[in-house]
Design a binder for this molecule. Structure first.
Ligand SMILES: Nc1ncnc2c1ncn2[C@@H]1O[C@H](COP(=O)(O)OP(=O)(O)OP(=O)(O)O)[C@@H](O)[C@H]1O
Ligand SMILES: [Mg+2]
Length: 504
């Protein structure tokens, strides 16, 4: 049976729909509310499949309410009851998030068909979202800090954000499980007052609705679970509570990134134990390495975690004495090839404004992207052609084709340079032979010119002009254009001097 919440100020309309519901027998109007305030408070307490919303409701307009409800309760179908069947109304309603419009006068067929279609959609979606954890589990990554201030929150936040931006379809959740002193709230300048506190009571059976209420929806699409506003409430997050909350989140998201900070809390430990992988953030210094070693030993002693720990170097620099290979040897853990260089200026605008998108496209962002690629949170960078700016292969091919004439012209110019060089070399050789005959054999004038001519390749002989002096031989040779048989009007002059060995 499909449950329907009817929101209309009209008693007449309500009575009419009650009759149609009884007649159809496929849906039941559970609660009825008369205004948008009552609608909101009822939806917070009751789960229904379909909301039938009268376009004449107040004080907020039906379209505004719909936009809000589709964000807060994406698994509840909204159907608009409208006095008019105008296509314009339909278009605006669909745009606002309604799944259908029922216009007056109401007929049994129109009402039952639309309510049933909406109800079935909602129930199917809910069923998918509440599949058991064993059936569907997103990837869960814990980011822990070797010690305070190493950049755990920065890394976790930007990794989650890049993963979300790279694929808007992917459901990514960032959990601030640094339960005593988490600062994702500050880093993103959030005023959202809901937090993990709101899930403590329902930890054993966290539903989509609870999560929708508790998670902050960032405009990138990233959902964020904030820590308790008062650090001491961290004690409420017992291991069982943490297990329930993390399990519920994991079933509804493709990727979960949890910042557990440095302090070992019950909640953070449970996340460390449940995660598929742990990223241990260190800075390249001895203090951070010692803290990292202590933390890893603690995890092992308490049996939270032994394997699946990878070290990420933040604030990396080539100038530091402690380099990644040393960190790997000391900690006996794999160290990521990619790292995040030290560059506070890159982060300054993003940190000071609470707008992570303002991270400069400098070494820090490139480092975060390289780390995301190595962790396979974003797809590897495609090879780009020399001149390509696009990143899909189709556009690279088009660009390559566009470049073809330029490449050809470049090739021809290079070939012409080779031809000029060849002409010069052949000319020099012929003139040198002529000069040798002039010096050694005592040949003169035309005889020398004939020697030069004979030494030249046949294709050069036509355009050549040779002159012989008392002790020099020179030739003006026409330069071929690309091939020996095509001559340009330009000539190059080669000359060879000699000492005439007369009388020897
Ligand atoms: N690669 C980097 N280069 C320069 N500054 C950085 C880098 N990474 C982080 N920072 C800066 O270091 C400071 C601490 O960062 P962050 O809050 O992420 O650390 P944390 O380990 O989460 O700290 P906490 O222990 O307080 O939770 C911030 O001001 C941040 O902007
Ligand atoms: Mg932090």
């Amino acid at each position: 049976m499909i449950t329907v919440l009817l929101a209309t100020p009209s008693d007449e309309l309500a009575a009419e729909l009650e009759d149609l519901s009884a007649e159809a027998g496929t849906f039941v109007i559970a609660p009825r509310v008369g205004d948008t305030v009552a609608l909101n408070s009822t939806l917070e307490l009751t789960e229904v499949d379909v909301v039938l919303l009268d376009s004449g409701i107040g004080p907020l307009s039906a379209l505004d309410v719909a936009q809000d409800l589709t964000t807060r309760y994406p698994d509840t179908a909204l159907v608009l009851l409208s006095a008019s069947a105008d296509p314009d109304v339909l278009e605006r309603a669909l745009h606002a998030g309604f799944r259908g419009v029922i216009s007056s006068p109401l007929s049994l067929e129109a009402v039952s068909t639309k309510v049933e279609a909406a109800g079935v959609w909602s129930q199917r979606l809910r069923h998918r979202l509440t599949e058991r954890p064993e059936d569907r589990r997103g990837r869960m990554m814990v980011v822990a800090g070797a010690k305070g201030g190493v950049g755990t929150t920065t890394v976790a936040t930007h990794l989650a954000l890049e993963a979300q931006l790279a694929n808007p379809e992917r459901r990514v959740c960032l959990i601030d499980f640094d339960l005593q002193s988490g600062d994702v709230r500050t880093l993103l300048d959030l005023t959202h007052h809901r937090s993990v506190d709101d899930l403590v009571e329902v930890a054993a059976e966290v539903g989509s609705r609870h999560l929708n209420d508790a998670l902050y929806a960032h405009r990138s699409g990233l959902r964020i679970l904030l820590p308790p506003p008062q650090g001491e409430h961290e004690a409420d997050i017992t291991p069982e509570v943490a297990r329930g909350i993390l399990g519920a989140i994991r079933t509804r998201f493709d990727l979960v990134v949890a910042d557990v900070g440095t302090v070992v809390t019950d909640g953070g430990s449970m996340a460390t134990e449940l995660a598929d992988e742990v990223l241990l953030v260190v800075t390249p210094d001895v203090l951070a390495m010692r803290s990292a070693a202590r933390l890893v030993q603690l995890w092992e002693r308490r049996r939270y975690r032994k394997d699946g720990i990878t070290v990420l170097v933040n604030r990396a620099s080539r100038d530091t004495e402690v380099q990644p290979d040393l960190i790997g040897r000391v900690l006996k853990l794999p160290v990521m090839r990619a790292n995040v260089p030290a560059a506070f200026r890159d982060l300054e605008a993003a940190v000071n404004t609470g707008v992570p998108d303002r991270l400069e496209d400098g070494p820090v962002r490139q480092g975060i992207l390289a780390v995301s690629r190595e962790l396979q949170l974003v797809r590897p960078q495609k090879r780009r052609s020399l001149f390509s700016r696009g990143d899909d292969s189709g556009s690279a091919i088009v660009e390559l084709l566009g470049m073809a004439p330029f490449a050809l012209a470049l090739l021809l110019v290079l070939w012409q340079v080779v031809i000029i060089g060849w002409t010069y070399t052949m000319g020099e050789h012929a003139v040198r032979e002529g000069a040798r005959e002039l010096a050694v054999a005592g040949l003169v004038g035309e005889q020398v010119e004939q020697v030069v001519r004979d030494e030249l390749p046949a294709s050069m002989r036509d355009g050549v002009s040779i002159s012989t002096g008392a002790s020099t031989v020179s030739a003006d040779i026409r330069v071929p254009l690309l091939a020996p048989r095509w001559m340009t009007p330009w000539t190059i002059t080669v000359q060879q001097g000699t000492v005439r060995e007369v009388g020897l």
